[in-house]
Design a binder for this molecule. Sequence first.
Ligand SMILES: *Cc1c(COP(=O)(O)O)cnc(C)c1O
Length: 466
Amino acid sequence: MVEMELDHERCYRIVSSADARFDGWFVTAVRYRSTRSTESAADVSFEQALLEGLAPDGGLYLPSTLPALPPAWREAESLAELAVQVLPPLVGAGPGELDDLLRDALDFEVPLVPLSDDRYVLELFHGPTLAFKDVGARVMARLMARARARKGGALTILAATSGDTGSAVADAFAGLDGVRVVLLYPMGRVSDVQERQLTVVRPGVTTFAVRGDFDDCQRLAKEAFADPDLRELGLSSANSINIGRLLPQALYYLWGALLWQRAGAEPGVPLLFCVPSGNLGNLTAGVLANRMGLDVARFLAAHNANDYFPGFLRGDRAAYAFKPTIGTLSNAMDVGSPSNFERLETLLQERLPERVWGVSVDDDATLASMRQSVQRDGYLPCPHTAVGLAAVERYRAETGTSAATMVLATAHPAKFPDAVVRATGQAAPHSPALDALLGLEQRVLALEPDLAALREALVADATISP
Ligand SMILES: *Cc1c(COP(=O)(O)O)cnc(C)c1O
């Protein structure tokens, strides 16, 4: 039992609690501010930031304050338990209100695998679509469904996807009450594995293969959001700029540090985190964890040939001028100008180059990194994680450090069979979750790349979906 005094704007003081986690803890619901605003008057609630996605001034939402971590976080036995302790004040919920929701969302393992030379891999890919995006998407989906249930009305998530994000989002929202999902992907331009993941039949999900490229899909989604005829569908986006995806991702930095301590790390020594990066959402989540009180020595931003951010950190203006996206083996990190860059600048300002070291790793070095990891440690990484492992080698060579480093493993290697064969000459390992997809029914509708066709299909489909 928790008793609390309710102040204005969901601001609580716990006056008595049988639960030691919350006793005497002053909990204030965090407010959210656009990266382009300095006015606290314009701050919004978590729920508003969640449902809006982008702030009205075009900026991205960040917490205007961050509560300190509750002292009991160090005793957590799972990622879900950490979430239960840390997330409520950040998402405007009272203690205990989200326990079931968070346990349901974060019901998979996040193991720490030690490699040689004080390197560790935190495997974030044991969720249903085998990529770390499950962590953020599953929590965000449940929070959105909860907000919709409270406010009433329809909610349709419309997502343009070039691969991984779409299946994580569709899987996360599938079957949640009163929410439907519409996916747009470029026909013939995603890998076989990705296509299977996108088109498997899920309750409440409709998938369109658009006769065009990813830019056509993005343009269509943008036009649909602005279309007054589609307003009654309650269209919303679930892309990586949504703060609802970033907050849960901060948790696994805490979890990784806990596992590392429990594996016998010297107390008080901060970790280096290496983050395979594209849109920089994952890295931003790490900086938020750091701000909440997690001691982090430094972050390494590991990019592929799309080197906007490493270029910025080097002060190389030509590198971080606008550039088109380059296709690589680590395709979930193929981002020409990362949208979360604006959040990192706001959070760290002139300390950015000191807190974050960045590097760009090309495809040849990625394949070599996959091969070396197998030879050295018997550990097969996916191409994204391999970029991370290569970045650690470069960092160590450049700085002469051998400090403990944790690489976030962002996807399962079984999702990238072609790269595995090229790197190692061996077939990719099987993943039971992917194999299970082989037998499932698929459904996909072809779509011309224009708004009228999408409008017609959405309205027709509204009569069959929830
Ligand atoms: C999305 C993704 C990334 C990049 O994460 P950002 O948050 O966009 O920086 C890295 N690896 C995999 C497997 C991904 O799906």
